[in-house]
Design a protein around this ligand. Structure first.
Ligand SMILES: Cc1ncc(COP(=O)(O)O)c(C=O)c1O
Length: 395
């Protein structure tokens, strides 16, 4: 079944937007919803909004919308903070669950912020933990009985290479380790079955495939049978069992709400809640089928027409997420030349041009149009212009 619903998104005329894996476009209904919320809820109700508009329940309400897309049981996902913070929370809880083990295992394809958060946690704990990173292909074999937690991003942000969630989670559990998945490049991109995978933790962001807007809050999932044993490292008042009792001592909430920290970002959650309507009735299996068609076609056309480019993503669709990267020695300038011609992707150091495929608003015509422009940029060396070589702060 087609999942294309372009009419729900604001896509500037003439632009081919292949960067929804980094920042999703504006859902058309979001500005009116946000304005209405600001005027009718914040404006009219002020502090009463926490109750009458149920702002306090929003992190769980939106968590359940996200949870449906990632195969999570009801009330096992909550929203808030940034993904880096959620990584820290999951990891600190995971290492506590295995106090006799000192290794956190990750891979060299993981997003650096996840590794940095692990390094910060290790320094803070001061208990001799070690962050061990291995090549993505070697993760399963590297899970030994020294490993407390395996922390992996399912889809590699650079290559799009996708880990087998079930297989790695099984290997982690067979060795007695706790499993954490970062679904930043999976949620809304590929089908995920958290319950089926049996992992203990999953985290992810909502500004990419879920179109919650820049700075949209992250999500965290904890398997319902382990949440009761977790002592949150970030023990903020909204993760307390009774925040408005104002007890002097922290006592975690019963369920996933203990992973909440402080006041939720109500304006961003309102936009995200509206954005999640684009997923009503959408089956992730249909999204995946469409994504594979788009990425396969893109690879085929680029390889036929742009021999200067080298495919950096897995060729086999089953091994990649919903993005494709190619290497070019002048990748940065090539991407700037594309962007100047309204084909939007991004650049990842050292030499990758990266394109995301989001079947809710990208179709075959977009793929063909993007390749036409890419071929023109390369064939005519349009990238070879000093203007395209000056690096901006965000690439
Ligand atoms: C896999 C992964 N982990 C963590 C992050 C960091 O997310 P945030 O900036 O929301 O903390 C990102 C950001 O893109 C990411 O892709």
């Amino acid at each position: 079944m087609t999942v294309l619903r372009k009419e729900m998104f604001h896509l500037p005329d003439g632009m081919i937007y292949l960067d929804g894996n980094s920042l999703g476009p504006l859902p058309k209904a979001a500005p009116a919803r946000l304005e209405g919320m600001v005027r009718d809820e914040w404006g009219a109700h002020l502090i009463k909004g926490w109750n009458v508009d149920d702002w306090m329940g929003q992190p769980m309400r939106v968590g359940n919308l996200v949870g449906r897309l990632i195969g999570a049981a009801k009330d096992s996902v909550t929203m808030g903070d940034t993904l880096s913070v959620k990584v820290y929370q999951a990891l600190s809880a995971a290492v506590q669950m295995r106090p006799d083990r000192k290794v956190i295992l990750s891979d060299t394809g993981n997003f650096p912020s996840d590794l940095y958060m692990a390094q910060g946690l290790i320094a803070q704990l001061g208990q001799g933990h070690e962050l061990r990173t291995v090549a993505p292909e070697d993760v399963a074999d590297a899970i030994t009985d020294e490993v407390a937690a395996v922390m992996i991003t399912q889809v590699d942000y650079r290559s799009g290479r996708m880990h087998d969630m079930e297989q790695i989670t099984k290997a982690a559990h067979a060795a007695g380790a706790v499993m954490i998945w970062d679904l930043a490049h999976s949620a809304g991109a590929v089908p995920v079955d958290l319950e089926g995978s049996n992992c203990e933790f999953a985290v992810g962001c909502t500004y990419k495939y879920l179109n919650g807007g820049p700075g949209a809050p992250a999500f965290i999932y904890v398997r319902p049978d382990v949440i009761g044993d977790i002592q949150p490292a970030l023990s903020g008042w909204l993760g307390h069992d009774a925040p408005f009792a104002f007890d002097l001592d922290y006592r975690p909430a019963m369920g996933i709400e203990r992973m909440r920290v402080g006041t939720p970002p109500v304006l961003q959650l309102t936009v995200l809640e509206e954005a999640m309507k684009a997923w009503d009735g959408v089956d992730m299996a249909d999204v995946r089928a469409a994504s594979i068609e788009l990425t396969d076609l893109f690879i085929e056309l680029v390889e036929a027409r742009c021999p200067e480019l080298t495919l950096f993503s897995p060729r086999n669709a089953a091994d990649r997420g919903s993005q494709v990267s190619f290497a070019h020695p002048e990748g940065y300038a090539v991407m700037q030349a594309l962007i100047a011609r309204d084909v939007i992707g991004d650049f990842r150091a050292p030499n990758l041009i990266r394109f995301g495929f989001t079947p809710l608003y990208i179709d075959e015509t977009d793929v063909r149009g993007a390749v036409d422009v890419l071929a023109d940029v390369l064939d005519n060396r349009l990238w070879d212009d000093p203007e395209y070589k000056a690096r901006s702060r965000v690439t």
